[in-house]
Design a protein. Structure first.
Length: 392
């Protein structure tokens, strides 16, 4: 038999005693003052009511929780009127979500810059968190600073390089909000483009800049200057000689000087190294005539002949027909006569206005005859093609 001494009032009883007119029920929003904060729970003092507790997933997320302070007045939603601790069971979940999405919407509307923490990476980009909300930063929308441009021999995995950024925070702009999935798409490039646009106003085409190599790819070299401006030196603008592989010419971190040759409407900067150098072809073509000797080294063997370069980086082609007096009927036979690295004395066969140099290993007179025969054959083939077109 229970006695009056054993009786323990519930929270509902207390509510009725303190405020008989109290109509607090599950789902209501009530205000309280935070009196205790921990990683997994928060205690609230509810005026004229008692204590309420928020815990676990009902705290919403770490981002929201980290902004709360002791003695702060805050709103919460009632989940239970009397839990096992004799308190109101409360939730910040809906409240926190509303506030966070309010802030996110404002950042989006104002086109403001915000921090995005990198959680993970995949080949498409980065998984991120913005104010505790999940989002995605596509690789195509990274700033030049973080875009991976070089896959070296030592680390040929693009994904491994991207994962090095996990844990860091990037300055981004929100470009898409998906309320249904509670997710975001952000762009780091939007932020860097604005900075670049302002900085680029002090630069003009024709100016020389100094920077360091931050990426080397098949088609050229990326150079960063003025802290976060980045330009591309296309493979054709690296040197006056033909460059086959930029990776053999440059290393990451190498200092270079380059000339600004173009800045387009999208703030893309094109640079050139070769335009800071004298064109060796000009002097060579002035003082060189057909029939003169040309000492050069074989740098490449192709199906139609060999590429030869002299000490001034002047490059020429010795056609397959100009390699042997006996004639070569198969490209494979070129390798029996010449090897990469061989230095030979060639003869200049002709110089073209578009900086093309043709060489020969044949006696000059015979070489000219072969050249004429080839030219005549090409003309005949072209005429035959034209006649076929007209006949159709």
């Amino acid at each position: 038999m229970s006695t009056q001494q054993d009786y323990r009032p519930t929270m509902k009883d207390l509510l009725q005693r303190v405020n008989p007119d109290s109509e607090i029920k599950i789902g209501d929003r009530i205000n309280g003052k935070i009196i205790f904060l921990a990683k997994n729970q928060a205690l609230l003092d509810i005026p004229n009511v008692g204590l309420g507790i928020v815990r676990g997933k009902e705290l919403y997320n770490e981002e929201f929780l980290s902004k709360l302070k002791i003695d702060e007045e805050i709103e919460a939603i009632v989940l239970e009127l009397d839990n096992e601790l004799g308190m109101l069971e409360l939730s910040f979940k809906a409240i926190g979500k509303d506030k966070v999405w309010e802030e996110i919407q404002k950042v989006f509307d104002d086109k403001s810059v915000i921090d995005a923490k990198i959680r993970d990476a995949n080949r498409g980009g980065f998984l991120i968190k913005v104010k505790g909300v999940d989002g995605f930063l596509p690789a195509s929308l990274l700033s030049p600073t973080h875009a991976v441009k070089n896959v070296s021999v030592e680390d040929n995995s693009l994904l491994n390089q991207m994962k090095k950024y996990v844990g860091q925070s990037f300055k981004v702009k929100i470009i898409n909000i998906n309320l249904e999935n509670e997710s975001l798409i952000v762009s780091e490039k939007s932020v860097s483009d604005e900075i670049a646009h302002l900085k680029l106003q002090k630069y003009k085409v024709g100016e020389t800049v100094e920077g360091h190599v931050v990426g080397v790819v098949d088609f050229g070299v990326f150079v960063r200057f003025d802290e976060d401006l980045e330009g591309l030196i296309h493979i054709s603008e690296i040197a006056w000689k033909k460059v086959e592989d930029p990776r053999k010419e440059f290393k990451i971190g190498q200092k270079v000087k380059a000339k600004i040759v173009d800045i387009d409407a999208d703030n893309r900067i094109n640079l050139s190294i070769k335009q800071l150098m004298d064109n060796p072809w000009k002097e060579f073509s002035k003082g060189t005539k057909p029939g003169e000797k040309f000492v050069g080294t074989v740098t490449k063997i192709v199906s139609y002949g060999v590429i030869v370069v002299n000490h001034e980086d002047i490059q020429g082609l010795c056609h397959i027909s100009q390699i042997s007096e006996e004639g070569i009927d198969s490209p494979a036979k070129i390798h029996e006569i010449l090897k990469i690295g061989d230095t030979k004395e060639f003869t200049v066969l002709s110089l073209e206005s578009d900086e093309k140099l043709y060489l020969t290993l044949l006696p000059f007179g015979k070489a000219v005859d072969v050249q004429k025969a080839l030219a005549s054959k090409k003309e005949e083939e072209q005429e035959a093609k034209n006649e076929n077109v007209e006949a159709k």
